[in-house]
Design a protein around this ligand. Structure first.
Ligand SMILES: Cc1ncc(COP(=O)(O)O)c(C=O)c1O
Length: 373
């Protein structure tokens, strides 16, 4: 990306803004000499669980591993089916397959862009073990309806919260609705490390205990494996960074929402579809994703005006070469396929300056004025 182009995400900006605090915390870890699963991880686990209002947090290597471990800890195993969405990061689907299960795709709702509860029932078979909704872009999925279906069919629910740190439904943080939830701390996330990181959270002591075994060779006691598995641990340097960033997560999310409101005002009146703010939910605004029929032209124009854009994602998972065959679900996912051809992500991170936000808004208005006469 050219230096004068406003980027879509910028994790470096957060490092620069609080450099002294990060360097101090990181030096502390380096000088204490314990680098994996030490005091920083233990403290972060407690602090993040308290932030979410859940009983347990288990730090792991990344978000994909967090999903896989959460699924396995909830009892998902070879041959089981897990209903999720195709409009997500490929990681969601990869994790289901790594847990040995078969991903089955429900369609999305056009307003929330999350799993549409009305498309779940007819996908349920005797092999269905769990539902895996994704709070995509920071918008909470309709958990009340999803939990009702899960209860009726005795299914586990695992939330993919990788894009929704701090998002809420009726005042409760996402991550505390399902049997378990997974978070990614990839650097560009609302709560992002300076490397890879992830966490499983749950209110269930059993699921937490299994997740702890699954993150480190099945060890209850060091060097004695009680179950077969690999390792996926959170390291101390990342946990120290996450502890500092967690202190600012709420105010950072509020900044994201303010930027989103400014974008909404700029879009208002044009034939561009903005994200919908759903009643009783608090959007974490991980990504600001609008919709236009002239997406490629829009992106080209904005880039010429010095504004970067991105696609999240360029193709739904069920149409990607690797996943076109082995997954099960309806032939067509109407809303999913309709949406992905129109979506564009605008720059969205808390350190965006007023001037940068204004530059984005001006570029949008200029494009719209030319195309919507
Ligand atoms: C919705 C979703 N699920 C899972 C993941 C996987 O996280 P990670 O990249 O940390 O493995 C991501 C992050 O890219 C994501 O956005």
């Amino acid at each position: 990306m050219q230096p004068d182009v406003v980027p879509v995400a910028n994790p470096l900006a957060q490092y620069i803004a609080y450099k002294d605090e990060f360097v101090h915390a990181l030096r502390g870890v380096l000088e204490r000499g314990r680098y994996i699963l030490g005091d920083e991880v233990a403290s972060f686990e407690l602090e993040f669980a308290a932030f979410l209002g859940v009983g347990y947090c288990v730090g792991v290597g990344n978000g994909t591993e967090a999903l896989k471990i959460a699924l396995k800890a909830c009892g998902v195993s070879a041959g089981d089916e897990v209903i999720t969405v195709s409009h997500t990061s490929v990681a969601t689907v990869a994790a289901i397959e790594e847990a040995g299960a078969v991903p089955v795709f429900a369609d999305i709702d056009r307003l929330t862009r999350c799993m549409d509860p009305h498309t779940i029932d007819y996908l349920i078979t005797p092999k269905t073990k769990a539902l895996l909704p994704v709070h995509i872009y920071g918008q909470p999925a309709p958990m009340r309806e999803i939990l009702e279906i899960a209860k009726a069919y005795k299914l586990k629910v695992i939330e993919d919260c990788s894009q929704a740190h701090g998002a809420e439904i009726s005042g409760r943080k996402v991550g505390c609705f399902g049997d378990a939830a997974a978070f990614s701390f990839y650097p560009t996330k609302n709560l992002g490390a300076f490397g890879d990181g992830g966490a499983v959270v749950t209110d269930n002591a059993d699921i937490a205990g299994k997740s702890r075994l699954l993150r480190e060779y099945g060890w209850k006691e060091r060097y004695i494996s009680s179950i077969k598995c690999g390792n996926s641990r959170l390291d101390e340097l990342q946990a120290a960074v996450l502890r500092l960033k967690l202190l600012r997560l709420e105010s950072d999310n509020a900044k994201r929402r303010r930027i989103a409101q400014t974008y909404m005002a700029a879009i208002n009146g044009f034939k561009i579809t903005a994200p919908t703010f759903i009643e009783n939910t608090l959007h974490a605004m991980h990504l600001f994703v609008l919709e236009t029929d002239m997406r490629d032209d829009f992106r080209e124009f904005l880039l010429k005006e010095g504004v970067g854009t991105a696609l999240h994602y360029p193709m739904p998972v069920h149409l990607q070469p690797a996943y076109a065959g082995p997954v099960r679900g309806p032939q067509k996912l109407k809303n999913t396929e309709e949406l992905y051809a129109k979506i564009v992500s605008l720059p969205m991170f808390p350190e965006l300056t007023d001037a940068e936000v204004e530059k984005v808004c001006l570029a949008i208005r200029k494009w719209a004025a030319q195309h919507e006469k």
